[in-house]
Design a protein around this ligand. Structure first.
Ligand code: NAD
Ligand code: TYD
Length: 344
């Protein structure tokens, strides 16, 4: 059985990935996570009894920790790196955290790879590295489109992509990259738009929409992304990048209205607030490469999975309450109160 390391496996996409792999494949998984705010032990509790799973608390910024870990563990086939600071708004307030984990953390993992402690590295990246498109543009970003990131988050992810590709070329290492669009589904931390909208609507609280709400995101159900990531890890060509999109562009305003309709809540909950600085207008991906080369096909439809996600949050309010700690409250007040105050 192949032994793999998943970094950041206590977060939203990482925990969904581990669940999928443990249920569908024969891998032995070691999950290294620092358990920062968006990475919760609640997301991984159910795996603890699985004999193919182990958790190690650790920080990818700490090279000595990584080196000792990989010296101790033998025969690790590959590493899939989900670990990141992942929220654009937070990157505007605390940019250094993003540079440290998203760039230096990846550099550390690449240095471990260069020393021969494992064979294959998959870096989880994002469509945000390409920058944005005009609202009426018909263009779709391809894997070889120029990288033009606009936020501290996306520039840190683009940097990691470039460093990873340079390690592939310079040291002939087996490295692949996935760039997916916005994910949604269970276990997403409540600072992101979809869970935030569901939870605020359930409490009949105002839902903050940045700017005019016309910004477009291409929403991908997390399990489709997880299936694509596994496919790239198992079959992707060394040194290749794969886009993973859903061809499902929708404006923030329409998305929020859709969620309110599912919950039978009034649209008067919507409040327009001060826009995010340098707010990307639209993302759109061309995913033909992964379809053509790796025969990947998304299997989930948007509306039923959005409904399912709404149901999941309704049934898991306790999970949400456990996630929201003092740190989150401080961030939330800084981000949202200031936005509302400045708008009014
Ligand atoms: P998340 O914030 O839910 O999870 C990130 C995980 O990384 C958390 O468990 C956190 O504890 C861990 N982590 C953070 N810093 C760490 C460190 N220094 N050492 C060890 N662990 C650390 O994020 P997510 O939404 O699951 O995103 C996972 C990956 O996918 C990220 O790389 C993100 O850039 C990328 N991505 C996310 C989306 C999306 O829509 N969520 C879309 C495209 C790409
Ligand atoms: P988000 O979930 O933060 O993902 P990203 O910025 O990585 O795309 O935001 C999705 C979109 O929703 C983005 O255009 C910003 C917008 N947004 C709001 O309008 N209000 C909010 O409270 C949040 C969190 C996001």
């Amino acid at each position: 059985m192949k032994k793999i390391v998943v970094t950041g496996g206590a977060g939203f996409i990482g925990s969904n990935f581990i669940r999928y792999v443990l249920n569908n494949r024969e891998y032995s998984i070691i999950n290294i996570d620092q358990l920062l705010l968006s990475g919760s032990s609640e997301n991984i509790r159910e795996f603890s009894k699985n004999r193919n799973y182990r958790f190690v608390k650790g920080d990818i910024r700490d090279f000595d920790f990584l080196l000792k870990f990989f010296q101790r563990e033998k025969k690790i086939f590959g590493v899939i790196n989900f670990a990141a600071q992942s929220h654009v708004d937070r990157s505007i307030i605390f940019p250094k955290d993003f540079m440290d984990t998203n760039i230096l953390g990846v550099f550390n993992l690449l240095e471990i790879l260069r020393r021969g402690f494992f064979k294959r590295f998959l870096q989880i990246s994002t469509d945000e590295v390409y920058g944005d498109l005009k609202i009426d543009s018909k263009e779709k970003f391809k894997e070889d489109s120029p990288l033009k990131p606009n936020s501290p988050y996306s520039s840190s992810k683009a940097s990691a992509d470039l460093i990873s590709l340079s390690y592939h070329k310079t040291y002939d290492l087996d490295i692949v990259i996935t760039r997916s669009s916005n994910n949604f589904g269970p276990y997403q931390f409540p600072e992101k738009l979809i869970p935030l909208t569901i939870l605020k609507a359930l409490k009949n609280e105002k839902i903050p929409i940045y700017g005019d709400g016309k910004n477009v995101r291409d929403w991908l159900y997390v399990e489709d992304n997880v299936r694509a990531i596994l496919n790239v890890f198992e079959n992707g060509k060394r040194g290749s990048v794969y886009n993973i999109g859903a061809d499902n562009g929708i404006s923030n305003l329409d998305l929020v209205k859709m969620i309110l309709k599912i919950l039978k809540k009034d649209e008067c909950l919507i409040t327009f607030v001060k826009d995010r600085p340098s707010h990307d207008r639209k993302y759109s991906l061309d995913s033909s490469k992964i379809k053509r080369e790796l025969k990947h096909k998304n299997i989930f439809k948007f509306y039923p999975t959005l409904k399912k996600t709404v149901e999941w949050y309704k049934e898991n309010i306790k999970w949400v309450e456990k996630c929201i700690d003092e740190d989150f409250k401080k961030y939330y007040i800084k981000n949202y109160k200031e936005r509302l105050d400045e708008k009014n």
